[in-house]
Design a protein around this ligand. Structure first.
Ligand code: MN
Ligand code: MN
Length: 473
């Protein structure tokens, strides 16, 4: 075929290719190898803090240094900055002046879950159970979180500042927790007429943690005290310590291959740790680049990018100011403005893949499909692009060219049909810094569910896409 003249259709028509179709054995092996690393990371890193901790270990192993402690920066230097243990910025200093602009890939490392309340533990005397009260975090379909094994991941900070990290439910011998659903035999009146969002109500997301009384006749609430005693014996914490704790209740268990052909990968928190992992590995694999490469992992995207670890905060600007100061000896506000104006970014985030059972929510020509490579989302938003970052055609043209030159499979998409629903990403916050930015990440099936699905080939090419972008001149 290659020696023949391209047909009129070849020349004029555009249809994103199914990436698996042009994939050889060697590449399949490479994809498999890459995804084994991702699976291991996803199985371990189920909170923002755990993502940051794991990334820090990998960064140190690869020769990156904390930004604090550097007294100057030169091309080739590799640094990182951890913001309050929950967000992370990584930089590989390029040959050009930082003011000429940097290449930024962002992701978010918070995922929907259930957080424990400040006073979570009580005993229910009718059911004879000890229970944790929760407040869900992010946009979950609450009914998905019942009758499934759950784990505890979190940090307790005591009043003297010492910390205790807790992970229960991930080892084979660990107990798990559960929010129990109502049996169908008795749900006719109490539940079956409820609307979907209330099938399980917020105050019904109660996590069962115990059912055995403490062996102590002087104690009133024996079920509750037994749990407190167990936690105290194991972690040296008391009930008041929950007030200054961040304990996340997340799905228990490891990420898994999905499909008889193992073409997909399933696990908790792929939105958006799939982009965090792929951009992290891209930063680790980066050789000397012309422009300074920056990888940012934000917290709080799922609740509106708020707070000082979220994308609306100033910490990326502060980080860039520090880079300018360390690289050039000094900097002005104008230098920072130039840096931002000359920079470009990818907002790495999962997009909605077409689900074979729910095709009607998509307009199929502009829908993302698993296996067709990284998804380019020019605009997000809802109902008339409201609140969207709408990437400029000039920028989309440039990025399309970059991916094509680097043989990276990509597909354009919108998040569902017009007026069907919608969503936003950190792209809006990045664009507010006067940076050109576009959303690009793999398609995800069942986003925000306890078990989210991606295609392995999309994960691999998302990594390649980010690497080519970070490397771009
Ligand atoms: Mn996301
Ligand atoms: Mn999300």
């Amino acid at each position: 075929m290659s020696k023949e003249e391209p047909t009129l259709e070849d020349k004029l028509k555009y249809e994103p290719e199914h990436a698996w179709e042009k994939c050889d054995e060697e590449e399949i092996e490479e994809i498999k190898r890459f995804c084994e690393g991702y699976k291991e990371y996803l199985s371990y890193a189920k909170t923002e803090r755990e993502v940051v901790d794991k990334a820090t270990v990998l960064l140190e192993e690869a020769g990156f240094s904390p930004l604090k402690g550097m007294d100057s920066l030169k091309p080739g230097d590799k640094v990182y900055f951890v913001n309050r243990n929950k967000s992370l910025v990584i930089a590989v200093i390029g040959k050009k002046d930082i003011q000429d602009g940097v290449n930024i890939v962002t992701s978010h490392i918070d995922s929907p879950r259930m957080d424990l309340k400040a006073r979570p533990l009580y005993q229910d005397n009718d059911s004879l159970m000890a229970v944790f009260k929760t407040h869900y975090y992010g946009g979950i379909k609450k009914y998905q979180w019942v009758s499934t094994p759950l784990a505890i991941h979190g940090r307790v900070v005591k009043e003297d500042g010492t910390t205790v990290d807790i992970v229960i439910g991930e080892e084979d011998q660990d107990p798990v927790l559960v929010v129990s659903d109502l049996l169908p035999h008795l749900s006719k009146k109490a539940q079956s007429k409820r609307k979907m969002k209330d099938v399980i109500k917020g105050e019904e997301l109660n996590v069962i943690v115990g059912g055995r009384p403490i062996d102590d006749d002087d104690v009133e609430e024996k079920l509750k005290m037994n749990v407190l005693k167990l936690l105290n014996d194991e972690y040296d914490i008391t009930e008041e310590d929950f007030v200054s704790a961040e304990i996340e209740i997340v799905p228990a268990g490891a990420a898994r291959d999905v499909g008889l052909d193992r073409s997909m990968l399933g696990g908790y928190g792929q939105d958006d740790r799939v982009c965090a992992y792929t951009s992290l590995i891209a930063a680790l694999d980066l050789k000397e680049s012309e422009r300074t490469a920056i990888v940012v992992m934000f917290d709080k995207e799922e609740i509106g990018s708020v707070g000082n670890t979220g994308a609306a905060s100033k910490f990326v600007e502060i980080f860039l100011s520090e880079l300018l100061e360390l690289a050039n000896g000094d900097y002005t506000q104008r230098d920072l403005q130039k840096t931002l104006s000359n920079s470009r970014a990818i907002s790495g985030d999962g997009s909605a893949g077409v689900n074979p059972s729910f095709k009607s929510v998509h307009e199929m020509r502009n829908a993302a499909k698993l296996g067709k490579g990284i998804v380019l989302t020019k605009f997000t938003g809802a109902g008339g692009k409201f609140s969207a970052n709408d990437a400029h055609a000039e920028y989309v043209g440039w990025i399309r060219g970059l991916f094509n030159r680097n043989d990276i499979p990509w597909q354009p998409c919108e998040l569902g049909k017009v007026d069907e629903g919608g969503g936003g990403t950190v792209a809006r916050d990045i664009a507010n810094l006067n940076i050109d930015v576009i959303d690009a990440g793999p398609a995800v099936l069942g986003m925000h569910a306890p078990f989210e699905i991606t295609s392995k080939i999309d994960i691999y090419h998302t990594y390649r896409a980010y690497l080519s972008f970070l490397n771009s001149e």
